[in-house]
Design a protein around this ligand. Structure first.
Ligand SMILES: [Zn+2]
Length: 230
């Protein structure tokens, strides 16, 4: 049984107005998000699949993975996608002291900033220097497992973070969910402004590789565009 619903109920959004659940729009726009990367091969595959549909997305990266795969991380940015913070160690907030949790987020923030600086110096005087990364001031955070203590949430918001949850969960990571069910989770529930969760992780790759191209195809043929959060 799925404990967290595929589609976040409206009442939950009303009870927790401090979070971004979806983008308020009547335009045919969808917001794909990919958590837990960057992961070699999987993230590369996601990036080239998004390119086919001229789709932009948001990647909530784990600091430890950024540190292990900096070039892949930079590729996400160079392709014009948005980066979000997903802690350094994929922490369960409720199991950690607020200070430790915040330190883990800040460690990731510093890593993201240093990678962007590196990228800025690399791309100076090249055809890429018009990429000024204006949205890097845009601090977005998604708590692993969608849960953290309210004190942790408040302190992150005091630091300027916007907390992004979701409107639609694909359940791509769940081995008990079939490829087609994963696809259906998205096609049957996403609508204008939905924030949709996928994972660029090994664990999710079977369902992801089945569902993502079909989701892109399904909604593109219905006139939707895919945008990054910024
Ligand atoms: Zn995660």
């Amino acid at each position: 049984m799925q404990i967290i619903p595929v589609k976040t109920p409206g009442i939950v959004k009303l009870v927790f107005p401090n979070f971004i659940w979806n983008i308020n729009t009547k335009n045919k726009e969808l917001y794909l998000t990919f958590d837990d990367g960057p992961t070699p091969e999987i993230t590369d595959w996601v990036l080239s699949t998004l390119d086919v549909y001229n789709a932009k997305a948001t990647f909530f990266c784990i600091g430890n993975n950024i540190e292990k795969h900096p070039e892949l991380f930079q590729t996400i940015i160079l392709k014009g996608h948005t980066i979000g913070n997903h802690t350094y160690n994929h922490l369960k907030g409720w199991k950690h002291k607020t200070k430790d949790y915040l330190d883990d987020v800040i460690k990731t923030e510093e890593l993201i900033n240093s990678q962007i600086q590196l990228l800025n110096s690399k791309t100076q005087n090249t055809q890429l220097d018009n990429l000024e990364f204006e949205h890097w001031n845009f601090k977005i955070f998604r708590p692993p497992y969608g849960k953290f203590k309210s004190k942790q949430r408040k302190q992150l918001q005091d630091l300027g973070y916007k907390i992004v949850l979701w409107d639609v969960l694909s359940y791509d990571w769940d081995k008990a969910v079939s490829e087609d069910a994963c696809l259906q989770n998205v096609t049957s529930t996403a609508k204008e402004g939905s924030i949709i969760v996928f994972h660029d992780s090994l664990k999710a790759s079977r369902n992801l590789k089945h569902a993502l191209p079909k989701v892109l195809d399904y909604f593109s043929t219905r006139g939707f565009v895919f945008k990054s959060l910024n």
